[in-house]
Design a protein around this ligand. Structure first.
Ligand SMILES: *[C@@H]1O[C@H](CO)[C@@H](O)[C@H](O)[C@H]1NC(C)=O
Ligand SMILES: *[C@@H]1O[C@H](CO)[C@@H](O)[C@H](O)[C@H]1NC(C)=O
Ligand SMILES: *[C@@H]1O[C@H](CO)[C@@H](O)[C@H](O)[C@H]1NC(C)=O
Length: 760
C-alpha cells in the first residue's frame, strides 16, 4: 500500500547532553606498573610466559600425586619447567585425570611442531579438542594449552586423552603437562544470571510485577574477554576492541600473554592482537576517516627490568593505529606501530583524546611518567594534535594549557567533549572550562559545587547530553560521582572506606546557563568511578563503580586486596535528563549484578542496543582474590530489546553534512506517532571517561516506508567520523547502523608541523 500516511517530522524531545568521561588509572606508589618483565617484589627478570599463578589461585605440578596418569608417560627435567618437571607422552589413549575444587582450570605445557590433539573432558563432558601444535622446532614452554574459567563453584574433574594425532602428521604426536592451575573463585560471587529469565532478585520481581516481559530489563553473563578490558570501543557491528596493560592475561599471542584483543559481539569469540608497546592507561579516539588511534601509556619500567625476556616498547609517546575493520571475520585487523616515526611530541600517561570538528584528534593532558596522583613535577599541562598542527607558534609541539596547571593534583584523564560551536569543554578536578582551540583561549566556568572532584583518582564520569535541532543544539554537560577528598592528602590519610560522592552536576553551556551555574542533584547511591552510558532513547545508564574509596590500587589505607575502593555498587540507575528534577533517577526493574566492577571496569552501548559491561582489575597483575581481575562480560538489555523494534532495512553507510538521504525502514504495527533518528558516537571508554560519546538527533521525515534523514549541520555538531544511526519509533530504537559522517577524508595534515615534528 503506497499511500503516504505519514509525513511526520521527527519529533525531538528536549535535548540533553551527557557527560561520560572519566578517569584514570592508578599505579601503586611502591610497585611501578609492571611490564611483565619482573615479578613484583623480585629483581630477577622472568620470562613473560603465559604460566602464572595469580594470587588466590593454586598450581599443581605435573608430578603431584593428585594428578593421575594412565598409559605411558615419561618425566622430562628442565629448570624452565614449573618444579623442574614435565610429563610427556606420544602414546594414543594415555590419559591425565585431576580432581579439583573451584571455578576455573588451566592446563600448561609445551607447544611445538610435534604436538597434536588431545580430547578434554570436564566432569565427563567433552570440551573442544585441544591442539598443542605450534609452528616451532624448539618448544615454547609454559604455554596455556587449555583454560576454562566459567565453571560453577564446586568439585570438578578434568580428563585429558592424547589422540597422538594431528592432520598432516605421520608420527604419533605429543601431549604433555607442566602444571595445572586452579582458580578457586568465590563461592558467593557466582552470577545467577545465566539466562535472561533466570533472574531471581526479589527487587527485580517486585518491580516488574505488573508488567509484561517486554518491560523488563534483563541481565545475562556471557563470554569472557581473555584480555582484561581496561579500554573498550565498538569498532564494527560485530566487534569491540579491548586494550589492557601488559599483564598475565589468559589469552596469548606469539607465546606470551596478549594485552589487546578483538571481541566478537555475536559469537563471543576473542582474537588476540599483537601490540609492541605498553598501553597501560592510554587514551583513544576514532579519526575523521574511521581509523582508531590509541595513544600514550606506560614506559618500560626501570633499569631493573631492562634485560628481561619480554621486549615491550616504551608506550608513553606511542601512537598505535588501528585502521577501520568492518569485516565480520576481522582477519587482517591489526595495530600498526612504528615508534621511531610515529609518536606523540611528549609523553602522556592518563591522557584524554577528543575528536574535533576537522576530524583530527586533540590529545589532552596526562602525566609525563606513570605514578599515581598527578603533581607539578610529572604533569604534562599541554595539548597536542594528531595529525600534528603547526598552530599558535607550536610547530606541532605541545601547546601549554594553564587550566591543566591550575587543576593539579587530581586532574588526570580530563573529561572533555567537543561542543556544537567547535570549542572543547573540559573538566578536571573541581574545575571546568571551555577551550577555543582555534584561538588558543580558555574560558573558565564556575567551579563544580560542594568541592566535588571528578577526575583521577577522584574519578567521576561525564557526558555531553543529547544534542537536538529542536533547541538549536544547546549543549549541556552532566558530571556524576567522584569524591570530595582533598587531593593533597597523603595516600595513608585516605581510606578505601571514605565515602564517594553521589552528586550529579549539570551545566547548560550558554551565557544564561553559565550565569545560572551548575544544577546539583543526587544519585540514589554514591559512586566512585561510575560509567555513564548514553542510550539511543536519550536516557543515561549509570553503572559500575564503588560506594567508597578512590581510583587505583595499592595506595591508600584499608585496601581490599589491592583495591583503593570498596563497596561495589551492583545495581545500575537509569537517569532521564528530560524528567523533572527529583524524578530523574530510577532503578525500577534494573537487575542487580553479583560482579563488582571497580577500578578499570568499562561499559558501552552496543550496535544492537544492549549494554556491554566488563573489566575490573584493581591489581598490579592478574589476581583471583577480592577484588580480582574480571574477564566475565555482562549484557544489560533494556526493555526495548524484547519489543517489536523498528528496523533500518535499506542501505546507508555514508552521510555528509546537511545531506538528505532516503532509506527504507520497517515500522512495527500499532500506534506510532513519534519518529526520531539518533546519531551516536559510542565513544572510547576507559577509566570512566567515555571520550567522544555523543547523541545528536537528526532531522528526519517519514513517507510510507521511506525515512529521510538529514546529515548533521556541520562538524561542530558531530565531528566528522564514524557514527551509529538508531531509528526510533515511539521511543523504541532499531539496531544501530554504522555510518561514516562527513566525507570520510583523513584529517588535515600540516606539512610544516610534521617536518618539525619528525626532528624531535
Ligand atoms: C584408543 O582408543 C580408541 C577408542 O577406544 C580405540 O579405537 C583405539 O584403538 C585405541 N588406540 C590405542 C593405540 O590403544
Ligand atoms: C610526583 O609524582 C611522581 C609520580 O607519581 C612521584 O614519583 C613523585 O615523587 C611526586 N613528586 C612529588 C613532589 O610529590
Ligand atoms: C586516517 O588518517 C590517519 C592520519 O593521517 C592515517 O594514519 C590513516 O592511515 C588514515 N586511514 C585511512 C583509512 O585512510
Amino acid at each position: 500500500m503506497a499511500t503516504l500516511l505519514d509525513l511526520t517530522w521527527c519529533f525531538w524531545s528536549s535535548i540533553y547532553t551527557f557527560i561520560a568521561l572519566t578517569l584514570p588509572v592508578s599505579v601503586s606508589a611502591i610497585d611501578s606498573a609492571w611490564n611483565g618483565h619482573t615479578v613484583p617484589g623480585s629483581t630477577t627478570p622472568a620470562p613473560f610466559t603465559p604460566f602464572f599463578v595469580p594470587p588466590g589461585a593454586k598450581a599443581y605440578d605435573s608430578s603431584s600425586p593428585l594428578i593421575l596418569y594412565t598409559g605411558q608417560w615419561s618425566t622430562v627435567f628442565s629448570s624452565k619447567y614449573f618444579h623442574k618437571t614435565l610429563q610427556s607422552t606420544s602414546k594414543a589413549n594415555s590419559t591425565i585425570s585431576f580432581k579439583f575444587t573451584g571455578t576455573g582450570i588451566e592446563w600448561f605445557g609445551n607447544c611445538d611442531k610435534h604436538h597434536g590433539i588431545s580430547l578434554v573432558f570436564i566432569d565427563g563432558l567433552r570440551q573442544n579438542s585441544v591442539d598443542a601444535y605450534c609452528n616451532r622446532d624448539i618448544p615454547l614452554k609454559q604455554q596455556r594449552i587449555f583454560w576454562d574459567f566459567d565453571l560453577p563453584y564446586g568439585d570438578h574433574t578434568i580428563k585429558i586423552i592424547n589422540t597422538a594425532k594431528r592432520p598432516g602428521s605421520v608420527k604419533p604426536t605429543l601431549c604433555d603437562i607442566d602444571a595445572f592451575v586452579v582458580t578457586r573463585g568465590d563461592p558467593n560471587s557466582q552470577t545467577p544470571f545465566s539466562s535472561p529469565e533466570g533472574v531471581a532478585s526479589s527487587l527485580l520481581e517486585t518491580q516488574t510485577l505488573a508488567s509484561n516481559t517486554a518491560s523488563k530489563w534483563t541481565l545475562v553473563q556471557k563470554g569472557t574477554t581473555g584480555v582484561h578490558a581496561m579500554q573498550l570501543a565498538i569498532i564494527s557491528s560485530s566487534h569491540a576492541i579491548i586494550v589492557d596493560k601488559v599483564e598475565h592475561n589468559p589469552l596469548t599471542i606469539s607465546g606470551h600473554p596478549a594485552w589487546a584483543a578483538l571481541y566478537n559481539l555475536h559469537t563471543h569469540a576473542v582474537k588476540p592482537l599483537a601490540m609492541q608497546s605498553n598501553s597501560f592507561c592510554a587514551g583513544g579516539s576514532f579519526l575523521g576517516n574511521g581509523t582508531l588511534i590509541n595513544v600514550g601509556g606506560n614506559p618500560v619500567v626501570d633499569g631493573r627490568t631492562s634485560s628481561a625476556d619480554f621486549g615491550d616498547v616504551d608506550g608513553l609517546q606511542a601512537i598505535r593505529i588501528f585502521e577501520p575493520c568492518d569485516s565480520e571475520s576481522s582477519d587482517h585487523c591489526e595495530f600498526y606501530e612504528h615508534h621511531s616515526r610515529l609518536r606523540m611530541a611528549s609523553p602522556r600517561w592518563y591522557n584524554t583524546v577528543v575528536r574535533i570538528n576537522d576530524g583530527s584528534a586533540m590529545i589532552i593532558g596526562g602525566s609525563k611518567k606513570g605514578g599515581w596522583i598527578n603533581n607539578a613535577t610529572v604533569n604534562n599541562p599541554t595539548i597536542e594534535y594528531f595529525p600534528p598542527k603547526g598552530i599558535h607558534g607550536s610547530n606541532g609541539l605541545p601547546i601549554h594549557l594553564p587550566f591543566l596547571v591550575d587543576t593539579l593534583n587530581s586532574n588526570l584523564f580530563p573529561i572533555a567533549f567537543a561542543l556544537p560551536d567547535g570549542r572543547i569543554f573540559m573538566a578536571a578536578n573541581r574545575d571546568a572550562m571551555i577551550y577555543d582551540w582555534k584561538n588558543n583561549q580558555e574560558r573558565r566556568l564556575p567551579q563544580i559545587p560542594n568541592s566535588i572532584r571528578v577526575t583521577y583518582p577522584m574519578t567521576g564520569t561525564g557526558l555531553l547530553l543529547p544534542l537536538s535541532p529542536e533547541n538549536d543544539y544547546q549543549p549541556e554537560i552532566l558530571l556524576c560521582g567522584g569524591s570530595n577528598i582533598p587531593d593533597d592528602k597523603a595516600s595513608y590519610d585516605i581510606s578505601s572506606q571514605d565515602p564517594a560522592s553521589s552528586q550529579c552536576s549539570r551545566l547548560i553551556l550558554t551565557e544564561a546557563g553559565i550565569a545560572t551555574g551548575w544544577q546539583v542533584e543526587l544519585m540514589p547511591q554514591a559512586r566512585m568511578m561510575p560509567d555513564a552510558v548514553l542510550l539511543p532513547t536519550g536516557e543515561v545508564l549509570i553503572i559500575n563503580g564503588a560506594g567508597s574509596g578512590i581510583s587505583g590500587y595499592g595506595n591508600v589505607r584499608d585496601q581490599v586486596g589491592s583495591s583503593n575502593a570498596d563497596h561495589p555498587v551492583l545495581t545500575p540507575v537509569l537517569y532521564n535528563p528530560l524528567a523533572t528534577t527529583g524524578q530523574r533517577f530510577s532503578s525500577a526493574g534494573l537487575p542487580t549484578s553479583r560482579i563488582p566492577r571497580l577500578y578499570h571496569s568499562v561499559a558501552t552501548l552496543t550496535p544492537s542496543g544492549d549494554i556491554m559491561v566488563t573489566g575490573s582489575n584493581p591489581n598490579l597483575d592478574r589476581s583471583e582474590i577480592k577484588y580480582g581481575t574480571e574477564y566475565r562480560v555482562e549484557w544489560f538489555s533494556p526493555p526495548y530489546m524484547k519489543m517489536d523494534r523498528p528496523e533500518i532495512t535499506g542501505k546507508i553507510s555514508k552521510l555528509k553534512f546537511k545531506e538528505e538521504v532516503k532509506v527504507k525502514v520497517k515500522v512495527p504495527g500499532g500506534f506510532r506517532d513519534q519518529f526520531k533518528v539518533a546519531l551516536m558516537d559510542l565513544g572510547f571508554v576507559t577509566h570512566a571517561v567515555h571520550a567522544n560519546t555523543r547523541l545528536v538527533y537528526l532531522k528526519c521525515s517519514m513517507a510510507g516506508d521511506t525515512l529521510s534523514i538529514t546529515g548533521p549541520p556541520s562538524g561542530d555538531i558531530y565531528p566528522p567520523g564514524p557514527g551509529w544511526i538508531y531509528f526510533l519509533v515511539d521511543g523504541v530504537p532499531s539496531k544501530g547502523v554504522k555510518v561514516m559522517i562527513g566525507n570520510g577524508d583523513s584529517p588535515p595534515v600540516d606539512k610544516n608541523a610534521l617536518e618539525k615534528y619528525d626532528h624531535i
